[in-house]
Design a protein around this ligand. Structure first.
Ligand code: NOJ
Length: 525
């Protein structure tokens, strides 16, 4: 096979020799409401997570990212925080959180928490005070503006869901406040030094409790030009949250990075940079002095097509490589339809798992993808999310019993399809399951320096097949992903280490890649 694109310096094969942990880690997102319930209210909680840490250690992930569990009125299911330094009683207590961190660390699992700095809940005492009047000492903690001359919103920014203005009028004071998301999520004013101070104290609070890092919500929206210029008319009605970028954000990120760097244990921050342009995403790594990692969402929205994926990989490398920025890969999360649902078949979801876990960069798994879960069908009367994201947030089935390991038969959302087969216990007992495929891929990733940190180069391959090699020193693996539903001839010879369908592992590659099949191969020398 001929090399058609080379990239990036090969990193040391000695993973313990100075490679930061977040480069070699596989990070597993837990949506606390939906993971496991210990309390019997049909809503997952922190003790529920603790009770299942052994499963995650068995699976072989390295770190957990916990979506918000802070005190919240739950208008946006926890992304509307009313107290950044306490656990919502729905999920447990600070003591439970401390137990969770200790129990995770005992098992070699790091813990990353979600930090939601762009906006608070409208019930947060800061906003209650800010709203109390134009003279409030906290007025400037949020983004208040007078109405436009016609009495309408101060600029043309569009909210994230619903297509209306990103502003809410406060009749008592006659001013509007900015809220890129719901009216219940007012934007903080990060240009105010007191806000920075207070929010950096929140970061210290969790670092002092032993967390290993942060997933930062809507991080690209923190810096705002006080003039709040209109978005270009041709981009309306794209939500402003998907367009916003401002150089002021970089100064904030540099300050934050210094704060984290002063802590032991290499705490890490991964930013949700929801800009659908990898070039803009890359800017948020700075010169190695801003985010450690940034989510790159274009691949998540990429169709299951070879050429489209090859473009995404080339694009990520071209944009991130020159900065020395480390890529991330994510196929599913709590905001989007699961990739098992988007790609349509289990065979494709299996091939996608091979892709996700063998690309160069840090993969993020979303709880349940290792079971091959599809989105739940949520009937209209049970829909609760303002952003229509309930389907991917369905509870995780732990076993085949009628309650699937939950204390109640009917948790906060309906079960995903086929919970009798697609559950942890059933799949654990079946070596051919999706769960075991993820486990084998994770094990291979931990064994192989090439997969963990090695260079990645795309290879020439037949139509519909994506081929790349991963190389670190004398460790060389080839990955082949068949995006078509027909078998494809393959000229690589070598031993199959992992196959998406489990076929032929440990044997020589047969000269053919099966329909929808993906394999990790140790090539013959
Ligand atoms: C991104 C989060 O992932 C999403 O769930 C949330 O609704 C918005 N940010 C607002 O915080």
């Amino acid at each position: 096979m001929r090399l058609i694109a080379t990239a990036y310096p090969v990193e040391s094969a000695v993973m313990s020799g100075g490679t930061p942990w977040w480069k070699t880690a596989v990070i597993y997102q837990v949506y606390p409401r939906s993971f496991a319930d210990s309390g019997g209210d049909g809503i997952g909680d922190l003790p529920g997570i603790i009770a299942h840490l052994d499963h995650l250690a068995w699976l072989g992930v390295d770190a957990l990212w916990l979506s918000p569990f802070y005190r919240s009125p739950m208008a946006d299911f926890g992304y509307d925080v009313a107290d950044y330094c306490d656990v919502d009683p729905l999920f447990g207590s600070l003591a439970d959180f401390d137990d969770l961190v200790s129990a995770a660390h005992e098992r070699g699992l790091r813990v990353i928490v979600d930090w939601v700095p762009n906006h608070t809940s409208d019930q947060h005492p800061w906003f209650v005070e800010s709203r109390s009047g134009r003279d409030s000492p906290k007025r400037d903690w949020y983004v208040w503006r007078d109405p436009a001359p016609d009495g309408g919103p101060p600029n043309n920014w569009v909210e994230t869901w619903g297509g209306g203005p990103a502003w809410t009028l406060d009749p008592a004071s006659g001013q509007y406040y900015l809220r890129l998301f719901l009216p219940a999520q007012p934007d903080l004013n990060w240009q105010n030094p007191e806000v920075r101070h207070a929010m950096f104290d929140v970061v210290r609070f969790w670092l002092d409790r032993g967390v290993d890092g942060f997933r930062i919500d809507v991080v690209h929206a923190l810096g705002k030009d006080p003039a709040l210029p209109d978005d270009p008319a041709e981009l309306i009605p794209i939500p402003h949250s998907a367009l916003h970028h401002d150089p002021r954000t970089h100064a904030i990120l540099r300050e934050l990075r210094q704060l984290l760097d002063a802590y032991p244990g290499e705490p890490m921050m991964v930013g949700e940079v929801y800009l659908l342009d990898t070039h803009l995403v890359a800017e948020h790594y700075g010169d190695g002095d801003e985010l450690h990692l940034a989510f790159n969402f274009p691949p998540l929205y990429c169709p299951w097509e070879r050429d489209a994926w090859r473009d995404q990989i080339e694009r990520a490398e071209a944009e991130l490589g020159p900065r020395g920025a480390w890529p991330t890969w994510v196929l599913s999360n709590h905001d989007n339809r699961r990739h098992r649902t988007r790609y349509g078949t289990e065979a494709r979801a299996r091939a996608a798992a091979v892709l996700l876990l063998t690309l160069r960069g840090t993969p993020f798994l979303y709880a349940g993808e290792e079971l091959g879960l599809e989105d739940a069908e949520v009937p209209a009367e049970r829909r609760v999310d303002p952003g229509d994201r309930d389907g991917c947030r369905a509870p995780l089935p732990w076993n085949a019993d009628p309650r699937h390991g939950w204390p109640v038969a009917d948790p906060w959302l309906p079960w995903p399809p086929h919970p009798d087969e697609l559950n942890v216990a059933t799949e654990q007992a079946d070596p051919g399951s999706m769960l075991h495929l993820y486990r084998r891929l994770l094990a291979e990733r931990h064994r192989s320096a090439a997969l963990a940190t090695g260079a990645c180069a795309l290879l020439e391959a037949p139509p519909g097949v994506l081929a790349y090699e991963r190389v670190a020193d004398d460790d060389r693996l080839v990955v082949l992903v068949n995006f078509t539903d027909q078998a494809r001839p393959i000229r690589v010879t070598g031993t199959v280490l992992v196959a998406s369908d489990g076929q032929g592992e440990g044997l020589g590659l047969s000269g053919e890649l099966g329909a929808d099949q993906a394999v990790v191969v140790r090539p013959d020398r």
